[in-house]
Design a binder for this molecule. Sequence first.
Ligand code: TLP
Length: 342
Amino acid sequence: MIDLRSDTVTQPSAAMREAMAQAPVGDDVYGEDPTVNRLEEMAAALLEKEAALFVPSGVMANQLSIRVHTQPGDEVIVESTSHIIRYEGGSASSLSQVQLCCVPGDRGLLSPDQVAAAIRPSDVHNPSTTLLCLEQTHNSGGGSVYPLAKIEGLTGLAQEHGLTLHLDGARLFNATVATGVAAAEYAKGFDTICFCLSKGLGAPVGSLIGSTRWRIAKLRRLRKMFGGAMRQAGILAAAGVYALEHNIPRLKEDHDNAKHLALLLQQIPTVFVDPDKVETNIVVFEVVRPGRSTQELLHCFKQAGVLLNSVGERMFRAVTHLDVSAQDIEEAGKILSNVLAA
Ligand code: TLP
């Protein structure tokens, strides 16, 4: 089975498991886990932030960040198809009691004009717009990369209006590898920035949030409150240390594989895809063949040996990752072509 549902499906390698088995550990709630401390220091250094916090998931990283920046009743600007609005179970409204102002972007990317129009004027009737959240790379946008200049425009605008800024950088390193821009450059204007270890970097668990020392202290308390403080978490953090040391540059292979898959898909008459828009490891494509439902198509692909996710009516997402080789991509292209010709 060629599993292209997500880069979250990656298995920890033998070397990563070995690093986990050997990790020195302690009780992280007491701040005594040397491997967690090491991972947090590595993340802070990569992001050039004062400190970082290890949390169990990307959703928790986003939700803790929203909580730390807002008061109940505030409004948070997000892109309409962002992970925060689509895939986090409505948690911003239940855990932080904020409302989300959804602005539709171009492949997930917002412009400063759009954000400026969404910021509420100060008026007793209006919610206070206090936070802008961006996503790098943009998942539903098809792995699109926010150019640094655009980020700088948005962070500058938000700062002028007194907004705080959070970056959901679940796939931040896909952006750094695609563009050559350092993670710290992208991180600069953000008050909090998170990235995931459990996607293309191949670790089984975990995300990191980078910020100032005082905000990380607040986030640490909130993490406890949200039930995300862990004990001998070094066993998990060791996988993260390994991932940061070994698995960043190889993301380029995933990007090459995604581009190649898009080129193969483009040759199928019933598929619409633009390979020029594939910048990182996500390929979103449309099947324009009427007659079979999205679920039926997913089932047929699976029967033939390829797992995909749907992201809309006859819209599919294929994500490349470290457990998928160039040969698997050739094979997947053939399988999808045969299924759609049948
Ligand atoms: N994305 C998952 C699903 O939840 C959709 C995937 O398969 O792509 N931010 C972004 C941009 C993400 O893509 C994800 C996961 C998260 C946050 C949440 O990370 P986890 O799953 O660790 O909570």
